[in-house]
Design a protein around this ligand. Structure first.
Ligand code: PMP
Length: 427
């Protein structure tokens, strides 16, 4: 059902979903919920630790103690005692919310310190906070560009990038995933001295791929005089020295005009941030509607993010632990014969062609105490559906061993069930 509705794949499918497409999606999800009598997308966390929790279903009363692989909390900072103490302190000092945008009086000293320390770490003059990662991309792209400009985005870019591009009113062009030659040909066609061109890419894409050739793409963009924005949502904190990200690791931070990350993943809080030159940050702070007309990050959330940012810059052992767990998990899955695609980072994605089997495997894993999600078309290519296990420094070797065995068993169970189904339907 999901498959029949969308002519293009990828979050960046620039073509907007029509109301009919949306209705098909809603029908598909409702029918799946009705058939399974549970909702694989509507799980609710009751209690938990960094990597485990009592998970409930929003559709029925089922509850299951599970190892959680479906969140982007790469270091488990959301459960770190020091981070929680800092957030609690800010809550007591400043209250629960700022009640106004950062452009007015919506900043505490901790918002200001966060911007300064983040900018310094990634090698930029200044930074600009937004309430979420989504609105950081949305607000930056629509703040930088207008209808006379051009935005050129990698075809697999996140929805927040596509939506920012749409909102800007600029001409939207895509280039083939990670392909600098294709980018060059698009830029050559769009070159004009009268308008601004912005190239947008991610340093690590979120569906389990390897690191992007950021330096090559940036060099190509600069040959055509384009500005560049790099989204480091899935790399900040664990690539590059002190976790500064891929732009720093590949030595191109000074050529990248805007470095973006989210506070909801490695930093375990909520918010988004863009680091840039003073001139560009001033532009965002005075022209980005998502910055000016939206309330700012709450005091507790920014205090949590600032505490996490400080730990992650200084704690190389924690970073090493994340990479160690990641390698261990990847090896275990590979030894068990699973196809992990091209990735090498903490988003580990065993591929399964058949989406019906994939949903059944997710359910079987849930019943075995393993919480993960399936990703299928149109988010990824047809026939390349996958499970998404997001490894963190807080997962243990036992969590990993248990999960790999559970997946082997779940796949066997589902294969046997489907074989039986096809036998009975052939009579
Ligand atoms: N960019 C990328 C690449 C992302 O994966 C996400 C979140 N999935 C965002 C931006 C938005 O971040 P947030 O969820 O913190 O708003």
């Amino acid at each position: 059902l999901l498959q029949s509705s969308h002519p293009t794949f990828g979050c960046a499918s620039v073509q907007a979903w029509s109301i009919d497409d949306k209705s098909v999606l809603v029908e598909a999800i409702l029918s799946m919920v009705n058939q399974l009598r549970r909702n694989p997308y509507g799980k609710v966390l009751h209690t938990g630790s960094a990597s485990r929790g009592l998970i409930g279903d929003s559709y029925n009363d089922e509850q299951q103690e599970s190892i959680i692989w479906s969140t982007n909390l790469y270091f488990g900072f959301n459960r770190d005692p020091h981070v929680i103490a800092q957030a609690t302190d800010a809550l007591q000092t400043y209250g629960t919310g700022m009640g106004i945008s950062a452009a007015a009086t919506g900043m505490t000293g901790q918002h200001v310190e966060f911007e300064k320390e983040f900018a310094k770490l990634v090698g930029k003059d200044c930074a600009c906070l937004f309430p979420t990662g989504y609105t950081a991309n949305l607000g930056a792209i629509s703040g930088i560009l207008g209808p006379n400009d051009v935005v050129v985005i990698d075809q697999l870019c996140h929805a927040s990038i596509v939506d920012g591009a749409r909102l800007s009113g600029a001409t939207i062009r895509t280039f083939k995933h990670n392909d600098k030659a294709d980018l060059a040909s698009v830029l050559a066609q769009e070159q004009s001295p009268y308008r601004t061109t912005l190239v947008v890419l991610e340093s690590v894409y979120s569906m389990g791929e390897g690191i992007a050739p950021v330096a090559e793409i940036v060099t190509t963009a600069k040959q055509y005089g384009a500005l560049v924005l790099v989204d480091e949502a899935h790399s900040f904190g664990f690539y590059g020295e002190r976790g500064a990200g891929v732009c720093a690791q590949q030595g191109v931070s000074d050529q990248v005009d805007f470095i973006m990350t989210t506070l909801s993943k490695a930093m375990g809080s909520i918010g988004g941030v863009i680091a840039a030159s003073e001139k560009h940050v001033n532009l965002l702070k005075s022209a980005s509607r998502a910055y000016i007309f939206q309330a700012s990050i709450s005091p507790a959330d920014i205090a949590a993010a600032l505490a996490s940012l400080r730990i992650l810059q200084s704690d190389d052992a924690m970073r090493a632990q994340l990479w160690d767990r990641t390698r261990y998990m990847r090896n275990k899955f590979k030894q068990a014969g699973f196809d992990l695609g091209t990735g090498d980072g903490p988003i580990v994605t065993p591929h399964f062609g058949d989406k019906d089997k994939l949903y059944a495997i997710v359910q079987s894993l849930y019943q075995r105490g393993v919480q993960t999600l399936a990703v299928t078309y149109p988010i990824v290519e047809k026939g390349r559906g996958r499970l998404r296990f997001i490894c963190s420094a807080s997962h243990t070797y036992e969590d990993i061993d248990y999960t790999v065995n559970a997946l082997i068993e779940a796949e066997q169970e589902v294969n046997a069930y489907f074989a039986q189904l096809s036998q009975s339907s052939s009579y």
